[in-house]
Design a protein around this ligand. Structure first.
Ligand SMILES: [Zn+2]
Length: 417
Protein backbone atom coordinates (compact mmCIF):
# COMPACT_ATOMS: atom_id res chain seq x y z
CA UNK A 1 0.00 0.00 0.00
CA UNK A 2 1.28 3.40 -0.89
CA UNK A 3 1.38 6.38 1.41
CA UNK A 4 -0.80 8.27 -1.07
CA UNK A 5 -3.50 5.62 -0.68
CA UNK A 6 -3.42 6.00 3.09
CA UNK A 7 -3.63 9.78 2.75
CA UNK A 8 -6.67 9.41 0.53
CA UNK A 9 -8.27 7.31 3.24
CA UNK A 10 -7.72 9.87 5.98
CA UNK A 11 -7.97 13.15 4.08
CA UNK A 12 -9.30 13.31 0.55
CA UNK A 13 -9.92 16.56 -1.33
CA UNK A 14 -12.33 16.99 -4.20
CA UNK A 15 -10.21 19.22 -6.41
CA UNK A 16 -6.69 18.20 -5.41
CA UNK A 17 -4.67 14.98 -5.65
CA UNK A 18 -1.55 13.66 -3.95
CA UNK A 19 1.05 13.11 -6.66
CA UNK A 20 4.46 12.19 -5.23
CA UNK A 21 5.87 11.31 -1.82
CA UNK A 22 9.59 11.77 -1.20
CA UNK A 23 12.08 11.50 1.62
CA UNK A 24 13.15 15.05 2.48
CA UNK A 25 14.77 14.79 5.83
CA UNK A 26 18.06 13.88 7.43
CA UNK A 27 18.89 11.20 9.97
CA UNK A 28 18.43 13.76 12.75
CA UNK A 29 15.25 15.30 11.42
CA UNK A 30 13.43 12.72 9.31
CA UNK A 31 10.78 14.24 7.05
CA UNK A 32 8.49 13.33 4.20
CA UNK A 33 7.20 15.66 1.52
CA UNK A 34 3.91 14.93 -0.17
CA UNK A 35 3.35 16.81 -3.39
CA UNK A 36 -0.14 18.05 -4.02
CA UNK A 37 -1.54 19.12 -7.40
CA UNK A 38 -4.82 20.60 -8.55
CA UNK A 39 -7.02 18.29 -10.64
CA UNK A 40 -6.73 19.04 -14.33
CA UNK A 41 -10.33 20.20 -14.65
CA UNK A 42 -10.49 21.88 -11.25
CA UNK A 43 -10.77 25.67 -11.27
CA UNK A 44 -9.22 27.67 -8.48
CA UNK A 45 -11.54 29.25 -5.91
CA UNK A 46 -10.96 32.83 -4.83
CA UNK A 47 -9.98 32.91 -1.13
CA UNK A 48 -11.92 36.16 -0.75
CA UNK A 49 -15.36 35.07 -1.91
CA UNK A 50 -15.05 31.31 -2.45
CA UNK A 51 -16.17 31.52 -6.09
CA UNK A 52 -14.38 29.77 -9.00
CA UNK A 53 -12.39 32.39 -10.89
CA UNK A 54 -10.02 32.45 -13.88
CA UNK A 55 -6.34 31.84 -13.09
CA UNK A 56 -3.88 34.69 -12.90
CA UNK A 57 -0.49 33.15 -12.10
CA UNK A 58 1.19 30.61 -9.83
CA UNK A 59 3.26 31.29 -6.71
CA UNK A 60 6.33 29.37 -5.56
CA UNK A 61 5.76 26.06 -3.81
CA UNK A 62 4.96 26.23 -0.09
CA UNK A 63 5.26 23.61 2.63
CA UNK A 64 2.32 22.95 4.97
CA UNK A 65 3.03 20.96 8.09
CA UNK A 66 0.86 17.85 8.35
CA UNK A 67 0.33 15.25 11.11
CA UNK A 68 3.63 13.38 11.71
CA UNK A 69 3.89 9.68 11.00
CA UNK A 70 6.14 7.24 12.96
CA UNK A 71 8.14 10.16 14.34
CA UNK A 72 8.67 11.50 10.83
CA UNK A 73 7.60 15.04 10.00
CA UNK A 74 5.19 15.24 7.10
CA UNK A 75 4.70 18.23 4.80
CA UNK A 76 2.26 18.86 2.00
CA UNK A 77 3.95 20.77 -0.82
CA UNK A 78 1.89 22.87 -3.15
CA UNK A 79 2.39 25.87 -5.39
CA UNK A 80 -0.77 27.95 -4.93
CA UNK A 81 -2.42 29.60 -7.90
CA UNK A 82 -3.62 33.16 -7.87
CA UNK A 83 -6.93 34.12 -9.40
CA UNK A 84 -8.14 37.33 -11.01
CA UNK A 85 -11.40 37.93 -9.16
CA UNK A 86 -13.67 40.69 -10.46
CA UNK A 87 -14.86 41.31 -6.88
CA UNK A 88 -11.71 40.81 -4.77
CA UNK A 89 -8.89 41.59 -7.22
CA UNK A 90 -5.85 39.32 -7.57
CA UNK A 91 -6.05 36.75 -4.78
CA UNK A 92 -4.42 33.53 -3.68
CA UNK A 93 -6.73 30.56 -4.20
CA UNK A 94 -8.61 28.92 -1.34
CA UNK A 95 -6.85 25.80 -0.04
CA UNK A 96 -9.04 23.22 1.70
CA UNK A 97 -6.27 22.00 4.02
CA UNK A 98 -5.01 25.32 5.38
CA UNK A 99 -6.45 28.65 6.32
CA UNK A 100 -5.06 32.07 5.60
CA UNK A 101 -1.28 32.34 5.72
CA UNK A 102 -0.86 29.53 8.23
CA UNK A 103 1.89 27.02 7.48
CA UNK A 104 0.04 24.43 9.60
CA UNK A 105 -2.55 22.27 7.89
CA UNK A 106 -5.90 22.31 9.64
CA UNK A 107 -5.59 18.59 10.39
CA UNK A 108 -2.28 19.22 12.17
CA UNK A 109 -3.53 22.33 13.98
CA UNK A 110 -6.50 20.38 15.40
CA UNK A 111 -4.14 17.53 16.26
CA UNK A 112 -1.89 19.88 18.27
CA UNK A 113 -4.83 21.65 19.87
CA UNK A 114 -6.27 18.33 21.06
CA UNK A 115 -2.99 17.29 22.60
CA UNK A 116 -2.69 20.71 24.24
CA UNK A 117 -5.69 19.78 26.37
CA UNK A 118 -3.87 16.78 27.77
CA UNK A 119 -0.30 18.08 28.02
CA UNK A 120 1.24 21.48 28.66
CA UNK A 121 1.89 23.49 25.50
CA UNK A 122 5.62 23.13 26.01
CA UNK A 123 5.35 19.35 26.19
CA UNK A 124 3.23 19.23 23.05
CA UNK A 125 5.84 21.26 21.18
CA UNK A 126 8.60 18.93 22.39
CA UNK A 127 6.83 15.67 21.68
CA UNK A 128 5.85 16.63 18.13
CA UNK A 129 9.04 18.54 17.31
CA UNK A 130 7.29 21.76 16.61
CA UNK A 131 7.59 25.23 18.12
CA UNK A 132 5.72 26.57 21.14
CA UNK A 133 4.45 29.25 18.82
CA UNK A 134 2.86 26.73 16.47
CA UNK A 135 1.11 25.07 19.40
CA UNK A 136 -0.16 28.43 20.56
CA UNK A 137 -1.45 29.28 17.08
CA UNK A 138 -3.12 25.89 16.79
CA UNK A 139 -4.90 26.34 20.12
CA UNK A 140 -5.93 29.90 19.19
CA UNK A 141 -7.39 28.55 15.92
CA UNK A 142 -9.37 25.88 17.79
CA UNK A 143 -10.65 28.46 20.28
CA UNK A 144 -11.68 30.86 17.52
CA UNK A 145 -13.56 28.16 15.69
CA UNK A 146 -15.20 26.85 18.84
CA UNK A 147 -16.28 30.29 20.05
CA UNK A 148 -17.77 31.10 16.66
CA UNK A 149 -19.75 27.84 16.63
CA UNK A 150 -20.79 27.46 20.27
CA UNK A 151 -24.43 27.27 21.25
CA UNK A 152 -25.47 30.00 23.70
CA UNK A 153 -29.20 29.48 23.96
CA UNK A 154 -30.99 28.28 27.07
CA UNK A 155 -28.45 29.52 29.60
CA UNK A 156 -30.19 30.02 32.96
CA UNK A 157 -27.50 30.28 35.59
CA UNK A 158 -24.12 31.96 35.51
CA UNK A 159 -21.37 32.31 38.07
CA UNK A 160 -18.96 35.23 38.14
CA UNK A 161 -15.52 34.76 39.62
CA UNK A 162 -12.12 36.35 39.51
CA UNK A 163 -8.59 35.00 39.64
CA UNK A 164 -5.39 36.84 40.39
CA UNK A 165 -3.18 36.97 37.36
CA UNK A 166 0.53 37.73 36.95
CA UNK A 167 2.42 39.08 39.93
CA UNK A 168 0.86 41.98 41.74
CA UNK A 169 -2.78 42.83 41.70
CA UNK A 170 -3.98 42.04 38.25
CA UNK A 171 -7.23 40.18 37.98
CA UNK A 172 -9.17 38.32 35.35
CA UNK A 173 -12.95 38.18 35.49
CA UNK A 174 -14.37 34.79 34.53
CA UNK A 175 -18.01 34.06 33.77
CA UNK A 176 -19.22 30.46 33.84
CA UNK A 177 -22.41 28.78 32.85
CA UNK A 178 -23.40 26.74 35.91
CA UNK A 179 -26.62 25.04 34.81
CA UNK A 180 -26.90 21.46 35.96
CA UNK A 181 -26.90 20.14 32.38
CA UNK A 182 -24.05 22.35 31.15
CA UNK A 183 -21.11 23.79 33.02
CA UNK A 184 -18.42 25.68 31.15
CA UNK A 185 -16.41 28.87 30.91
CA UNK A 186 -18.32 31.43 28.85
CA UNK A 187 -16.22 34.53 28.97
CA UNK A 188 -12.90 35.97 30.16
CA UNK A 189 -12.23 39.67 30.71
CA UNK A 190 -9.28 41.75 31.81
CA UNK A 191 -9.43 43.27 35.33
CA UNK A 192 -12.53 43.23 37.53
CA UNK A 193 -14.08 46.60 37.05
CA UNK A 194 -17.55 47.80 36.21
CA UNK A 195 -16.42 48.12 32.62
CA UNK A 196 -15.17 44.54 32.57
CA UNK A 197 -18.48 43.00 33.48
CA UNK A 198 -20.37 45.42 31.24
CA UNK A 199 -18.31 44.04 28.38
CA UNK A 200 -19.50 40.55 29.26
CA UNK A 201 -23.13 41.59 29.13
CA UNK A 202 -22.63 43.39 25.85
CA UNK A 203 -21.11 40.23 24.38
CA UNK A 204 -23.84 38.04 25.92
CA UNK A 205 -26.61 40.23 24.54
CA UNK A 206 -29.72 41.75 26.14
CA UNK A 207 -32.07 38.96 25.25
CA UNK A 208 -29.94 36.26 26.86
CA UNK A 209 -29.18 38.45 29.90
CA UNK A 210 -32.87 39.01 30.50
CA UNK A 211 -33.50 35.27 30.35
CA UNK A 212 -31.09 34.50 33.21
CA UNK A 213 -32.68 33.08 36.36
CA UNK A 214 -29.69 32.82 38.69
CA UNK A 215 -26.42 34.66 39.06
CA UNK A 216 -23.81 33.68 41.55
CA UNK A 217 -21.01 36.04 42.54
CA UNK A 218 -18.77 37.46 45.21
CA UNK A 219 -19.62 40.63 47.15
CA UNK A 220 -17.31 42.64 44.95
CA UNK A 221 -19.03 46.00 44.50
CA UNK A 222 -18.49 46.59 40.76
CA UNK A 223 -20.02 43.17 40.05
CA UNK A 224 -23.05 43.81 42.27
CA UNK A 225 -23.70 47.09 40.52
CA UNK A 226 -23.53 45.72 36.99
CA UNK A 227 -25.58 42.61 37.79
CA UNK A 228 -28.39 44.72 39.31
CA UNK A 229 -28.42 46.89 36.22
CA UNK A 230 -28.11 44.27 33.48
CA UNK A 231 -29.95 41.26 34.88
CA UNK A 232 -32.13 42.61 37.67
CA UNK A 233 -34.72 39.88 37.12
CA UNK A 234 -32.30 37.09 38.08
CA UNK A 235 -31.99 35.87 41.66
CA UNK A 236 -28.56 37.11 42.63
CA UNK A 237 -26.83 34.76 45.04
CA UNK A 238 -23.69 35.35 47.02
CA UNK A 239 -22.12 31.95 46.99
CA UNK A 240 -20.80 29.98 49.89
CA UNK A 241 -17.34 29.52 48.41
CA UNK A 242 -16.69 33.25 48.19
CA UNK A 243 -18.21 34.08 51.58
CA UNK A 244 -16.12 31.47 53.34
CA UNK A 245 -13.03 32.76 51.53
CA UNK A 246 -13.59 36.10 53.31
CA UNK A 247 -13.60 34.25 56.64
CA UNK A 248 -10.34 32.58 55.71
CA UNK A 249 -8.73 35.94 55.07
CA UNK A 250 -10.09 37.42 58.30
CA UNK A 251 -8.76 34.48 60.32
CA UNK A 252 -5.35 34.90 58.77
CA UNK A 253 -5.35 38.55 59.68
CA UNK A 254 -6.35 37.89 63.29
CA UNK A 255 -3.70 35.23 63.69
CA UNK A 256 -0.91 37.31 62.14
CA UNK A 257 -1.78 40.27 64.36
CA UNK A 258 -1.82 38.10 67.44
CA UNK A 259 1.50 36.41 66.70
CA UNK A 260 3.08 39.83 66.57
CA UNK A 261 1.43 40.87 69.81
CA UNK A 262 2.44 37.70 71.65
CA UNK A 263 6.02 37.99 70.52
CA UNK A 264 6.19 41.62 71.55
CA UNK A 265 5.00 40.61 75.03
CA UNK A 266 7.58 37.85 75.28
CA UNK A 267 5.18 34.89 74.97
CA UNK A 268 5.90 31.70 73.12
CA UNK A 269 4.66 32.06 69.54
CA UNK A 270 2.16 29.24 69.85
CA UNK A 271 0.27 30.34 66.74
CA UNK A 272 3.03 30.24 64.15
CA UNK A 273 2.52 26.64 63.06
CA UNK A 274 -1.20 26.47 63.53
CA UNK A 275 -2.41 28.46 60.55
CA UNK A 276 -3.79 25.43 58.75
CA UNK A 277 -5.47 24.07 61.83
CA UNK A 278 -7.58 27.15 62.10
CA UNK A 279 -8.47 27.21 58.45
CA UNK A 280 -9.36 23.53 58.18
CA UNK A 281 -12.80 22.10 58.82
CA UNK A 282 -12.71 20.04 62.04
CA UNK A 283 -13.69 16.83 60.21
CA UNK A 284 -10.60 17.17 57.99
CA UNK A 285 -8.08 17.30 60.83
CA UNK A 286 -5.68 14.43 61.54
CA UNK A 287 -5.50 13.00 65.08
CA UNK A 288 -2.31 14.88 65.84
CA UNK A 289 -3.72 18.13 64.50
CA UNK A 290 -6.83 17.47 66.51
CA UNK A 291 -4.91 17.31 69.81
CA UNK A 292 -2.88 20.41 68.89
CA UNK A 293 -6.13 22.23 68.24
CA UNK A 294 -7.51 21.03 71.59
CA UNK A 295 -4.42 22.43 73.28
CA UNK A 296 -4.76 25.66 71.38
CA UNK A 297 -8.38 26.01 72.40
CA UNK A 298 -7.37 26.20 76.08
CA UNK A 299 -5.98 29.65 75.53
CA UNK A 300 -8.45 32.46 75.35
CA UNK A 301 -6.92 33.79 72.18
CA UNK A 302 -8.55 36.01 69.61
CA UNK A 303 -7.59 33.54 66.90
CA UNK A 304 -9.43 30.79 68.71
CA UNK A 305 -12.52 32.90 69.24
CA UNK A 306 -12.44 33.97 65.60
CA UNK A 307 -12.13 30.33 64.60
CA UNK A 308 -15.12 29.38 66.70
CA UNK A 309 -17.17 32.19 65.25
CA UNK A 310 -16.34 31.01 61.75
CA UNK A 311 -17.25 27.42 62.58
CA UNK A 312 -20.49 28.62 64.08
CA UNK A 313 -21.29 30.52 60.93
CA UNK A 314 -21.08 27.29 58.88
CA UNK A 315 -24.47 26.44 60.39
CA UNK A 316 -25.95 29.22 58.30
CA UNK A 317 -25.68 27.12 55.15
CA UNK A 318 -27.65 24.24 56.61
CA UNK A 319 -30.86 26.24 56.95
CA UNK A 320 -33.74 25.58 54.60
CA UNK A 321 -36.01 28.56 55.17
CA UNK A 322 -34.76 32.03 54.32
CA UNK A 323 -36.64 33.40 57.33
CA UNK A 324 -34.81 31.30 59.92
CA UNK A 325 -31.53 31.67 58.10
CA UNK A 326 -32.04 35.42 58.37
CA UNK A 327 -32.68 35.17 62.12
CA UNK A 328 -29.54 33.13 62.53
CA UNK A 329 -27.53 35.61 60.47
CA UNK A 330 -28.69 38.55 62.61
CA UNK A 331 -27.83 36.77 65.85
CA UNK A 332 -24.46 35.73 64.57
CA UNK A 333 -23.66 39.28 63.44
CA UNK A 334 -24.57 40.71 66.84
CA UNK A 335 -22.30 38.22 68.53
CA UNK A 336 -19.48 38.90 66.08
CA UNK A 337 -19.78 42.66 66.62
CA UNK A 338 -19.38 42.10 70.37
CA UNK A 339 -16.24 39.99 69.88
CA UNK A 340 -14.04 43.09 69.55
CA UNK A 341 -12.05 41.26 66.89
CA UNK A 342 -11.70 43.78 64.11
CA UNK A 343 -11.31 41.50 61.05
CA UNK A 344 -14.33 39.45 62.18
CA UNK A 345 -16.36 42.60 62.77
CA UNK A 346 -15.49 43.63 59.24
CA UNK A 347 -16.90 40.36 57.91
CA UNK A 348 -20.05 40.78 60.02
CA UNK A 349 -20.63 44.29 58.68
CA UNK A 350 -20.16 43.06 55.15
CA UNK A 351 -22.64 40.23 55.69
CA UNK A 352 -25.20 42.62 57.16
CA UNK A 353 -24.84 44.95 54.23
CA UNK A 354 -25.60 42.12 51.82
CA UNK A 355 -28.29 40.40 53.87
CA UNK A 356 -30.89 40.12 51.04
CA UNK A 357 -28.40 38.68 48.57
CA UNK A 358 -27.14 36.23 51.17
CA UNK A 359 -30.64 35.00 51.85
CA UNK A 360 -31.14 34.50 48.12
CA UNK A 361 -28.95 31.46 48.59
CA UNK A 362 -31.93 29.79 50.26
CA UNK A 363 -34.34 30.99 47.62
CA UNK A 364 -32.17 29.34 44.96
CA UNK A 365 -31.51 26.22 46.98
CA UNK A 366 -31.48 23.07 44.97
CA UNK A 367 -30.97 25.05 41.77
CA UNK A 368 -27.35 25.97 42.33
CA UNK A 369 -24.49 23.84 43.48
CA UNK A 370 -21.94 25.82 45.44
CA UNK A 371 -19.12 23.54 44.36
CA UNK A 372 -19.26 24.47 40.68
CA UNK A 373 -17.68 27.92 40.87
CA UNK A 374 -15.14 26.67 43.38
CA UNK A 375 -14.20 23.77 41.10
CA UNK A 376 -13.77 26.09 38.12
CA UNK A 377 -11.73 28.49 40.24
CA UNK A 378 -9.27 25.70 41.07
CA UNK A 379 -9.04 24.59 37.44
CA UNK A 380 -8.55 28.13 36.16
CA UNK A 381 -5.67 28.69 38.60
CA UNK A 382 -4.13 25.39 37.56
CA UNK A 383 -4.39 26.33 33.88
CA UNK A 384 -2.73 29.67 34.50
CA UNK A 385 0.10 27.97 36.36
CA UNK A 386 0.58 25.34 33.66
CA UNK A 387 0.84 27.71 30.71
CA UNK A 388 3.93 29.81 30.99
CA UNK A 389 2.83 31.79 27.98
CA UNK A 390 0.45 33.78 30.12
CA UNK A 391 2.42 36.98 29.71
CA UNK A 392 -0.30 38.59 27.65
CA UNK A 393 -4.02 38.73 28.21
CA UNK A 394 -4.63 37.11 24.84
CA UNK A 395 -2.49 34.13 25.87
CA UNK A 396 -4.39 33.76 29.14
CA UNK A 397 -7.71 34.04 27.40
CA UNK A 398 -6.88 31.40 24.78
CA UNK A 399 -5.56 28.93 27.37
CA UNK A 400 -8.59 29.34 29.63
CA UNK A 401 -11.16 28.99 26.86
CA UNK A 402 -9.35 25.94 25.57
CA UNK A 403 -9.19 24.25 28.97
CA UNK A 404 -12.58 25.21 30.42
CA UNK A 405 -14.80 26.36 27.56
CA UNK A 406 -16.10 22.92 26.49
CA UNK A 407 -15.89 24.30 22.95
CA UNK A 408 -17.25 22.34 19.97
CA UNK A 409 -15.04 20.96 17.20
CA UNK A 410 -15.85 20.41 13.53
CA UNK A 411 -16.80 16.94 12.26
CA UNK A 412 -13.82 15.14 10.77
CA UNK A 413 -13.81 12.17 8.47
CA UNK A 414 -10.75 10.91 10.31
CA UNK A 415 -9.57 11.67 13.84
CA UNK A 416 -5.80 11.81 14.07
CA UNK A 417 -5.78 11.66 17.86
ZN1 LIG B 1 -13.34 36.93 -4.86
Amino acid sequence: MQLKTILNHVQKFKSFVYTKVRWAGSREVPALEVEVAARANGRALCSGCGTARPGYDRLAARRFEFVPLWGIQVFLVYAPRRVACPDCGVRVEHLPWASGKSHLTQAYAWFLARWARRLSWKEVAEVFRTSWDSVFRAVAMAVNWGRAHQELSGIQAIGIDEIAWQKGHNYLTLVYQIDSQCKRLLWVGEKRRVKTLLRFFRWFGNERSEALSYICSDMWKPYLKVIAKKAGQAVHVLDRFHIMAHFGKALDEVRAGEVKELKANGYEPILTKTRWLLLKRPENLTDKQDSTLAELLQYNLKSVRAYLLKEQFQLFWSYVSPYWAGRFLDQWCTQAMRSKIEPIKKVAKMLRRHRPLLLNWFRAKGQLSSGVVEGFNTKAKLTSRKSFGFRTFHGAEVALYHALGALPEPEFTHKFC
